[in-house]
Design a protein around this ligand. Structure first.
Ligand code: FAD
Length: 377
């Protein structure tokens, strides 16, 4: 009997396998290689963690998240990387990246996994429990295990292996699943915002977005299909449906415009192409602020509180993560074990915890894997 079967050779499964004693675990991964998502993450450099990590960077049960982060936080992750001679570099927004390529981290994990048994190119299709052991069924074989760890991630990027197997196993064993949706993803637009499509390829360096009681800040990118960029991706985490409010000019004070005799297009700190599209859309003449009518001034002011309801998102195949997942109230945060089924564990993105953009999702994968590794036997 295999002591531990890990379903999924992604970030969380690989960290767990690296921490477990040699020859205790078998990873079952349906891709032809381990850590495929790590390789394409962070623009090919993998944003491993962030200098500032707290439960507030996550959508999910704050107490659950903070208990797990206390056991393995960003400092522990940095120390782990140092021990592996991976000297991460810190960049904007306190994000830590691999020095030159995500391959550096993936190769560490691939090397560590050699102390375990790895089965590639097989898809787990079901798990059952008989007495005190599990049968893990794949499309080609079946395996007997004492412990099963579900590390199969979410539904994002099916092209590199994402599947709903984690949710299926959880449901089969009586767990509840919090509604899943694509997150860290761009928004599609309703007719009223179609003018933004003409701006495809341009960006605004800093906007604030008010969504679901949270304020997200960062760059907004006008894309062919809608809007994207770091600020929109974060906003998608907190958006259910309905309206979001964008401040296109977070660092701008109307006082500056009121004092100036220059045309508004010269004063407002937005790219010329963006401003022209907005002025056209709002039917505003390009004049000094003081020469605008009251009605025109108030239209212009909406640039600091522009409300719109996204039509939807770009979907799972463009989303960096899946929000929702296995209900954390049914998981023991001290061990990651199911409270319903002994020796069944859930780690990483399959859980109903999702981080913001900036290295928080890998940190979550690694923190949950470490908590699990310390308790599994
Ligand atoms: C393009 C992109 C860029 C990203 N960049 C970053 C970043 O820079 N920083 C950050 O923090 N987060 C980033 N993320 C998010 C991050 O990659 C995930 O949150 C993280 O990988 C989750 O780890 P996991 O182990 O839970 O799942 P995954 O890493 O997704 O691993 C799950 C594994 O299970 C396998 N699997 C699934 N179903 C089965 C099955 N039935 N049988 C066998 N195997 C199966 C999958 O093939 C996969 O290898 C990015 C995501 C994407 C898509």
């Amino acid at each position: 009997m295999i002591p531990v079967i890990i379903i999924g050779g992604g970030a969380s499964g690989l960290m767990l396998s690296s921490l477990l004693p040699s020859k205790t675990a078998t990873i079952i991964e349906h891709n032809a290689k381990l850590g495929a998502k790590i390789l394409i993450s962070g623009g090919g450099r993998c944003n491993v963690t962030n200098a500032n990590v707290s439960s507030e960077n996550y959508l999910g049960d704050q107490k659950f998240v903070s208990t797990i982060l206390k056991k393995f936080n960003q400092h522990d992750m940095l120390a782990w990387c140092n021990r592996k001679n991976l000297n991460l570099v810190i960049q904007k927004n306190n994000q830590y990246f691999c020095p030159s390529s995500a391959k550096e981290l993936q190769e560490i994990f691939a090397k560590d996994s050699q102390k375990q048994s790895v089965i590639l190119n097989q898809s787990v299709i079901g798990v059952s429990k008989i007495d005190d052991y599990f049968i893990v069924k794949t499309n080609r074989d079946s395996f007997k295990a004492k412990n099963v760890v579900v590390a199969s991630g979410g539904l994002s990027y099916t092209t590199i292996g994402a599947s709903g197997i984690g949710y299926e196993i959880a449901t089969l064993f009586g767990h509840s699943i919090k509604k899943t949706a694509p997150a860290l993803v761009g928004f599609t637009l309703q007719k009223e915002q179609f003018f933004m499509k003409e701006l495809s390829g341009t960006a605004i360096e800093n906007v604030n977005i008010l969504v679901g009681g949270k304020v997200c800040s960062g760059a907004l990118l006008f894309a062919h299909k809608g809007v994207s960029g770091p600020c929109i991706l974060d906003a998608s985490l907190y958006w259910e449906k309905g309206t979001i409010e964008i401040d296109f000019l977070p660092d701008f004070d109307w006082h500056t415009a009121k004092q100036s005799k220059k045309n508004i297009s010269t004063i407002l700190p937005l790219a010329k192409r963006v401003l022209k599209a907005i002025l056209d859309e709002f039917s505003l003449p390009d004049k000094p602020y003081s020469q605008l009518s009251k009605d025109e001034q108030s239209k212009l002011h909406t640039l600091k509180s522009y409300k719109f309801a996204p039509a939807g998102t770009f979907g799972y195949n463009k989303a960096e993560v899946t929000k929702g997942g296995v209900d954390t109230s049914e998981i023991d945060e001290l061990t990651m074990m199911s409270q319903k089924v002994e020796n069944l564990y859930f780690i990483g993105e399959v859980l109903d915890v999702t981080g913001e953009l900036g290295g928080y999702n890998f940190q979550w994968a690694f923190s949950t894997a470490t908590v699990c590794a310390k308790s599994i036997r």
